[in-house]
Design a protein around this ligand. Structure first.
Ligand code: FMN
Length: 457
């Protein structure tokens, strides 16, 4: 696969700004003399392509904007304890100095589980196991947020500690089949409706899980409000037909989301110490117009038109948006773009990105009025390219992913993915240098960038 292949997006991508190092005279992320601040965020010119400009996320200064997306890989034990050695190696392989990883979705309590061998964060044993993984990332100068997860009606009685049906906002089942712990498939079940008392207990479990994430050493937490899981099920009227204060109006359906974010943020700030940089590291993931797990709403644009601007009061580290590029048409994409502008903090955009359109998205953010601080999360390409930021920087081939190993429980397809070889790296650095022979500043920037990205290898 040649260089051009880096930029073929799954779906409808058009190749765009091509160089990892921005060529002289090309449009740049912003003007050095007039760095623009959007709240806590500076979007500055370093002479590098947009993805390789630094960005401030919460209390963290990131060295580049290639984020590792949350990726469930089911390599924990059957009782949801992460495998410190195996997953420590997997995450460390994908760590760059000053880069951000969002962990795989992690269950907050036993009831929240719906995937065999997914990790949890509710027992001391799980916290200890995570500590080893987090320290492997920190040892290489990287950062990791934990994604807090409750699957709601996406579970099955076979996963439930009391053997009862899974919980959800309303007794409406997902259509289709799910995988059970014994490897067989079964239809999703009709969930039982969470009571208001149970919702209060659920908020407590989010609090405990958040505190545990802090104890495990995570740099921050991301609330999973996307992809048809519990919080998303409450948001959408296709899955939420309650008549109490958690159902009916958009405000009521968004209540659980805001209560979770508020509860998580309070615990995190108390643990980190109000006013410290780390206290700012609470984030949220949403998937407007996503259809996964039967999400539907009669007024989707209005739903997110209420939710997104109302998040501003939390001063989140970032809002992570799974773009509806695959699941919805151009109207939805335009709506989500516009809604992104109503959020005052940094945005992380995810969904089907290839390097060129990722660079373009970051650049569009910087050039918009007012400028937006944008980073891009890569999922599947990070599975199959452990050194993805270095590959993007050097404009090398990207290795294809193999779906059949996404959720298996072993090292194959997990820690055995190929790194660039030293000789290949040297050749590509030479090519980059030769493209800019007279630009000393850029030559120095290349050296600095390679130092940061090469900790992966
Ligand atoms: C194997 C796999 C596991 C995933 N697990 C999660 C997860 O735990 N939490 C989450 O929010 N999204 C999850 N996603 C969605 C990804 O984070 C990402 O949004 C999606 O793959 C689109 O990005 P991509 O085209 O770069 O892969 C998963 C996707 C894949 C392929």
């Amino acid at each position: 696969m040649g260089h051009a292949d880096q930029n073929k997006k799954a779906g409808n991508g058009e190749p765009n700004s091509n160089a990892a190092v921005q060529p002289e005279g090309a449009t740049r992320c912003s003007d050095q003399s007039s760095d623009v601040k959007v709240k806590t965020v500076t979007c500055s010119l370093t002479g590098m392509a947009p993805l390789f400009t630094p960005i401030k996320i919460g209390g963290l200064q990131l060295s580049h904007r290639i984020i590792m997306a949350p990726l469930t890989r089911c390599r924990a034990s059957p009782n949801n304890v992460p495998n410190t050695k195996l997953s420590g190696e997997y995450y460390a392989q994908r760590t760059t100095k000053g880069g951000l990883i969002v962990s795989e979705a992690t269950n907050i309590n036993p009831q929240s589980v719906g995937h065999f061998c997914a990790p949890g964060i509710w027992t001391p044993e799980q916290v200890d196991a995570w500590k080893g993984i987090v320290s492997a990332i920190h040892a290489k100068g990287g950062f990791i947020f934990l994604q807090l997860w409750h699957v709601g009606r996406g579970s099955h009685s076979a996963y439930q500690p009391d053997g009862r049906p899974p919980v959800g906002p309303s007794p409406i089942a997902i259509k289709g089949q799910t995988s059970l712990p014994d490897g067989t498939e079964a239809p999703f079940e009709v969930p039982r409706e969470l009571t208001v008392e149970e919702i209060a207990a659920l908020l407590d479990d989010y609090r405990k899980a958040t505190n545990n994430a802090f104890l495990a050493g995570f740099d921050g937490v991301e609330v999973h409000g996307a992809n048809g899981y519990l919080i998303d099920q409450f948001l959408h009227d296709g899955s939420n037909q309650r008549t109490d204060k958690y159902g009916g109006s958009i405000e009521n359906r968004a209540r659980l989301l805001f209560e979770v974010v508020e509860a998580v943020q309070k615990v995190w700030i108390d643990a980190a110490g109000a006013g410290t940089p780390k206290a700012a590291n609470v984030a949220l993931r949403l998937s407007p117009f996503g259809k996964y797990q039967d999400m539907s709403d009669t007024h989707e644009a209005e739903l997110y038109g209420y939710v997104i601007p109302n998040l501003n009061r939390f001063n989140l580290a970032y809002l992570h948006v799974v773009e509806p590029r695959v699941s919805a048409g151009p109207d939805a994409i335009a709506v989500v773009n516009n809604l992104g502008k109503t959020f005052s903090g940094p945005l992380i955009s995810a969904g089907g990105y290839r390097p060129d359109d990722a660079n373009q998205t970051v650049m569009d953010g910087c050039k918009s009025n007012p400028p937006r601080a944008v980073a891009v999360a890569f999922g599947r390409l990070f599975i199959s390219n452990p050194d993805l930021p270095l590959r993007i920087f050097l404009r090398t081939d990207l290795h294809n992913y193999d779906r059949s190993t996404f959720y298996t429980h072993e090292a194959v397809g997990y820690t055995d993915q190929p790194f660039l070889k030293d000789g290949e790296i040297a050749d590509h650095i030479k090519e980059l240098r030769e493209a800019q022979p007279d630009n000393e500043k850029l030559q120095a920037a290349i050296d600095g960038e390679i130092q940061m990205l090469k900790v992966q290898v």
